[in-house]
Each structure stands twice: as structure tokens, then as C-alpha cells.
Design a protein around this ligand. Structure first.
Ligand SMILES: Nc1ncnc2c1ncn2[C@@H]1O[C@H](COP(=O)(O)OP(=O)(O)OP(=O)(O)O)[C@@H](O)[C@H]1O
Length: 615
């Protein structure tokens, strides 16, 4: 054997064994989900197998007894024996049916429990995945495939495996019965089963490969469907008359997916009809052969009756076997996708031996020559950043769109790690602290803050979910953010459900949502508040109120504020001006104005219109 052919054989064997690897990972999940139901399910399946086999042999026994009685005068004992055999077969059939019924119920129960466990594992992975993962199309592809693979699959695999064992045993018994009639029938049985198996396996793989390729197409169609039906873009859709355009794009995509899928199904149907023709030819050849053998006296009429009883049963059992094997193969392929998702490990990881985080920071957080580029990109969005936030200090970050302000915040909260340089807290690289502990030092309001379909109270309490539902901190935080007055005016006050997603939900104005989000940030007693454009939707009065006594509002904690409104920024203790990923200027408001650089130019631009009014 040449080296290549040896390699081919090895890779073929490893492909055949691959479903076993899947099984090795599935059993612990089943066991952990519900031991009781796993055992009940297996027990009932064993009963089903035993009684199925017993029934088959009783059937053969009956035919044998009746055949020997043919032509001879049957005694009362003989008739009693037949009646007993019929009664016992009937009883076995009852037990078999009961076992099959209850085993279906057990499988359903087990299936639901396992599905819950798998869903929980998917959610766990999704929550722990790096932000970088969410920001790439690969994440959505893998997630979609994991979902597509379905949480029911693991149970399905085990059920299929059990059915496979059951049907193999039954088929073996039938083959034994057929062999006793005439061994020449066996090759015909193989002809009726094996081609169907090969065709099924081939098309399962083909469909799977196609489904992988069309994941993004399906996601794009899903996205268009969401655009057409969600409330988020309903206004623009109507005013820009985008509805028909998007609907046509959706229909085109779906038609393309349909055409591709049907092309495979057409191919499969044609081949399967061919295979079924072979199987039917095999059956009738066997029947013809046995009829001939019976007519010349080499087989009995009883043999012919038994053949008619069991050959078609063997054929349908063989078909089931083919179906189960192909399902097992398909499950193995799709479960691979589920495991691909579950195996995603975050890059932002916990240190093995985390350093204790100081309860109160002394020196503050410090960026030291930090550089950063997003994974999968080639352009550094932050370069040589040196920046410090001391305890109790209010720091402002100013810069044009796309200069890197939000990216800097993501690094500060360890949603990403720097690609060069380091961030330290009280002299220790932040990668050495426990991730959750470190992140609990911050409370953040991002530009795209969350709007939860829950009560106002919970929308605020989500800032510190460890607090009890009736904590007075919710009201305190809303007073600080300026949200309290409008919340009090709502019909159900803090218990008003928000968003129109569910019954009785109320929608808020954008500015009101922003006040709620601010309250959420204030809720958490963290040491550093990070506010990314916190007042972009607030009216001037509300903005003025917020910043008039900002230090008291934030309880003398440190804050990093990003704002394009320099009237807001001037209250900061220290200001950094970011330009194209680099810090160009840093200092107090007065120092920067005095310098007459970028900050001065920006400030003068904004002040121009006010001065005009004053003049
Ligand atoms: N997830 C991402 N993957 C790749 N590049 C990104 C990602 N997010 C932002 N960028 C790029 O990083 C650069 C800085 O973006 P960033 O959001 O930090 O700017 P910003 O200063 O906060 O802007 P704005 O004032 O508009 O909010 C931009 O060029 C942007 O295209």
C-alpha cells in the first residue's frame, strides 16, 4: 500500500469515527441534564428491544407450528398451544407498545431538559465572549449555526443511537429468520438496503455543506426581514419609501435560497426514486425466486408466508436504519457547529492568580504608551496614549468623530486589551486583576446605551443588579440624573414598564431615555464613572443642571467624560484632546486656551455664535 493510499484509508477511518467523538461529548451533557430521565429512557428502550425481538420469534414459532399442523389432524392440545402462543404474542405486543409509548414520553422530557441546558450553555458563552467577537460577522455566523444546529440535537443523537441499536438487533433477527427460509434471499436484502444508505449519507453531507455556505445569506435575509418588521426603522422606512425596495431585496434573496435548496432536493428525489426501484426489484425478485422454489417443493408454503411477513418488515427496518444512520451523521455534523460555538474561548482572560484589587484606588488608572488596533484590521486607532485618571478627578476627552475616544473607553474597561503598552491601576497592570473585580470599578454610559423592555425601576437597577428590588438607591440615582421628576409623573411611576414590546409598555423620549441611562450609571457605587456623550439628547436646562454641581452629583468620584460640547468640558479638572488616535494636547481648560492650539480653535468655533448673539 502506498503512503497516499494509507493516508486515504486513515482519513476515511477517522471520518467514520468522528461521530464517536461527538458522542463522547454528548453523553456528559445528557447525564448532567437529567440522570433520572436518561436512565428511564434507556430502560424503556431496552424493554422495547427485548419485547420487539420476543414478538418476532413468537411470530416465527406460530408460523412453524401452524405449518406443521397443515395437512395433519390438529389435536385439542395443538390448538391450545397455538392459542397460547397467540395470547403470549398479544401480551408481548402490548408490553412492546406500552414501552414504546412511554419511552417516547421519556425522550420528550429528556429532550426538553437537555435543550434547556444547551440554551443555557449558549447564553453563557454568548455573555462571556469577547466584545471583539460580537463586532465581527464570524460571531453571528457561528451563533446562527449553533442555533440552527438546535438544542434538541444532543438528545436526538442518543435517541437515534438507541433506535439504531434496536433496529440493528431486530434486523439481525429478521436476517436470521430469512436465512432459515433460504440464504439466497440475503444478497437481495442487501440490494434493497445498502444503495439507499449510501445515497442518504451523500445527500446529508451535500445539504450540510450548502447550509454552511448560505449562513450569511440567511442572516442577510433575516436582517432585511427585521428591517421590514421592526419598529426601529419604521419612521425612515415610510418617509424614504424604502419598504418596497427592501421587500424586493428580501424576496430575491429568499428566492435564490429556495432555488438552490430545491435543486439539491430535486437531485435527491431522482436518485432516491432510482434506489427505490432497485429495492422494489430486489423484493419482487426474491418473491419470484421463493415462489419458484415453493412450487418445485424446495420451500414450504409456510416459508412463503413467513417471507411475505418478514421481508417487507426487514426492508422497512433497513430503511429506518438508513434514516437513523444518516440522521446520526447529520447530527454529528450539526452538533460540531454547536460545539464550535461552545468552544469559543475569550481572549480577554482571567489571570491564573489574580492580584488583590485595592478597595479604594490610591494613584488611579494610567495609560502608558498604549497602542491599539481592532482585531482583523491593520490600522492603529490609538497610538502612544499616555493618560491618567486620579481618584476624584474629572477628566474630559475631546476630539473629532472617529478620533478614538470610544475605543479608549473600551480599553479602559477591558472590553479589549491594548496591542502595545499597558494600562495600570495603582501600579499594577490591569490584566493581573480579576476581570469582574476590575470592571466593577467602573460604571459606564455608552453612546448606544441599553433600553430594556422592563420597568423603569429595573432599567435603573440594572446598573447594580445585586441591589434588592426596593432599594432606595434607584430613586437617589434618578434624582442625581434629573430623571426623577418625569418618572414620578408616569402613571405607575417607577413601576411603569418601558418600550412598546410588551403589553402596557410606555415609550420615552430620547432625552428621557438618556436620563434613565444616566441614573443607571449613577446607581453603581463604582470609583470611576465613564460618560460617553451623556447629554447629547438633553435640553440645555437639563444639561446645565447636571453639570452645575457635577462633582457633588457623582459623590466626588472620578469621572471620564466625553463630550463635543466644550461648555460641558470646561468644568473638567483635566482635558485630553485626541486627534486621529493620538493625544495632541492635555491640560486644564485655562492652560489649553492659553496654549492657543487645537482646543482653543474648537472652543473659539463653538463660542463664535454665542458671541454674535451677545454682540
Ligand atoms: N469594532 C470596530 N472594529 C474596527 N474598527 C472600529 C471599531 N469600532 C470603531 N472602529 C474604528 O476606530 C476608529 C475610532 O472609533 P471610535 O468609535 O473610537 O471614535 P470616536 O472618537 O468615539 O468617534 P465619535 O465621536 O464619532 O463617537 C474609527 O476609525 C472607527 O472606524
Amino acid at each position: 500500500m502506498t503512503l497516499t493510499s494509507q493516508w486515504d484509508v486513515m482519513s476515511y477511518i477517522s471520518k467514520l469515527m468522528a461521530p464517536l467523538t461527538t458522542l463522547r461529548r454528548i453523553f456528559p451533557i445528557l447525564w448532567a441534564s437529567s440522570r433520572k430521565w436518561a436512565l428511564i429512557s434507556a430502560g424503556l428502550m431496552v424493554l422495547e428491544i427485548i419485547f420487539g425481538l420476543v414478538m418476532l420469534f413468537l411470530l416465527k414459532y406460530l408460523v412453524d407450528v401452524v405449518t406443521t399442523m397443515l395437512g395433519s389432524d390438529a389435536s385439542t392440545d395443538d390448538i391450545q398451544l397455538v392459542l397460547w402462543a397467540v395470547a403470549v404474542t398479544g401480551l408481548c405486543s402490548l408490553v412492546f407498545l406500552a414501552a414504546r409509548g412511554f419511552s417516547g414520553l421519556a425522550r420528550e422530557t429528556q429532550g426538553l431538559l437537555v435543550a434547556e441546558r444547551i440554551d443555557s450553555a449558549i447564553h453563557d458563552r454568548a455573555v462571556r465572549a469577547d466584545l471583539a467577537y460580537y463586532e465581527s460577522p464570524r460571531y453571528f455566523d457561528t451563533l446562527q449555526r449553533a442555533r440552527q444546529s438546535g438544542s434538541q440535537r444532543p438528545v436526538q443523537v442518543v435517541n437515534n443511537l438507541m433506535l439504531l441499536v434496536k433496529n440493528t438487533l431486530m434486523l439481525a433477527a429478521i436476517v436470521a429468520v430469512l436465512a432459515t427460509i433460504n440464504w439466497m434471499l440475503l444478497p437481495l436484502l442487501v440490494m434493497a438496503i445498502v444503495p439507499a444508505l449510501l445515497v442518504r449519507l451523500g445527500f446529508t453531507r451535500k445539504l450540510y455543506d450548502w447550509e454552511l455556505r448560505r449562513t450569511q445569506m440567511e442572516r442577510r435575509a433575516g436582517y432585511l426581514d427585521w428591517l421590514l418588521t421592526s419598529d426601529i426603522n419604521a419612521k425612515e422606512l415610510r418617509l424614504n419609501q424604502l419598504g418596497d425596495f427592501l421587500r424586493d431585496r428580501y424576496a430575491e434573496l429568499k428566492a435564490l435560497i429556495r432555488r438552490e435548496r430545491l435543486a439539491i432536493s430535486r437531485q435527491r428525489t431522482i436518485v432516491e426514486v432510482g434506489v427505490a426501484t432497485v429495492a422494489t426489484a430486489a423484493f419482487f425478485s426474491a418473491l419470484g425466486y421463493l415462489a419458484w422454489e415453493t412450487s418445485v417443493g424446495r420451500n414450504s408454503v409456510g416459508d412463503l408466508v413467513l417471507f411475505l411477513l418478514v421481508f417487507q418488515r426487514a426492508q422497512s427496518m433497513g430503511q429506518e436504519l438508513v434514516f437513523q444512520l444518516s440522521r446520526l451523521y447529520e447530527d454529528h455534523l450539526y452538533i460540531g457547529l454547536l460545539f464550535e460555538f461552545l468552544d469559543v474561548r475569550p481572549v480577554i482572560s482571567e489571570p491564573i492568580l489574580p492580584k488583590p484589587l485595592p478597595t479604594r484606588m490610591n494613584d488611579g488608572v494610567c495609560f502608558e504608551n498604549v497602542g491599539f488596533l481592532y482585531p482583523g484590521t491593520t490600522r492603529e486607532v490609538l497610538r502612544s496614549i499616555d493618560l491618567t485618571i486620579r481618584p476624584g478627578q474629572i477628566v474630559a476627552l475631546v476630539g473629532a468623530n472617529g478620533s478614538g475616544k470610544t475605543s479608549l473607553i473600551k480599553l479602559l474597561c477591558r472590553l479589549y486589551d491594548p496591542t502595545s503598552g499597558r494600562i495600570i491601576l495603582d501600579g499594577v497592570d490591569v490584566r493581573e486583576y480579576s476581570l469582574d473585580d476590575y470592571r466593577s470599578k467602573f460604571s459606564v454610559i455608552f453612546q448606544d446605551y441599553g433600553k430594556y423592555a422592563d420597568t423603569v425601576r429595573n432599567n435603573i437597577r440594572y446598573g447594580d443588579i445585586h441591589q434588592p428590588l426596593d432599594t432606595p438607591m434607584v430613586e437617589e440615582a434618578s434624582i442625581r440624573s434629573g430623571a426623577d421628576s418625569f418618572i414620578q409623573s408616569l402613571d405607575k411611576g417607577y413601576d411603569t414598564p418601558l418600550t412598546r414590546m410588551f403589553d402596557e409598555g410606555r415609550e420615552l423620549s430620547i432625552g428621557q431615555w438618556q436620563k434613565v441611562a444616566l441614573a443607571r450609571a449613577f446607581m453603581h457605587q463604582s470609583e470611576i464613572l465613564i460618560l460617553d456623550e451623556p447629554t447629547s439628547a438633553l435640553d440645555p436646562g437639563a444639561e446645565f443642571d447636571l453639570f452645575a454641581n457635577f462633582r457633588e452629583r457623582i459623590d466626588h468620584r472620578a469621572a471620564l467624560v466625553i463630550s463635543h460640547r466644550l461648555s460641558t468640558v470646561r468644568m473638567a479638572d483635566y482635558i485630553y484632546v485626541l486627534d486621529d488616535g493620538e493625544i495632541r494636547e492635555a491640560g486644564t481648560h485655562d492652560e489649553l486656551i492659553h496654549q492657543g492650539g487645537m482646543y482653543f480653535a474648537l472652543f473659539s468655533q463653538q463660542a463664535y455664535y454665542y458671541r454674535e448673539v451677545e454682540a
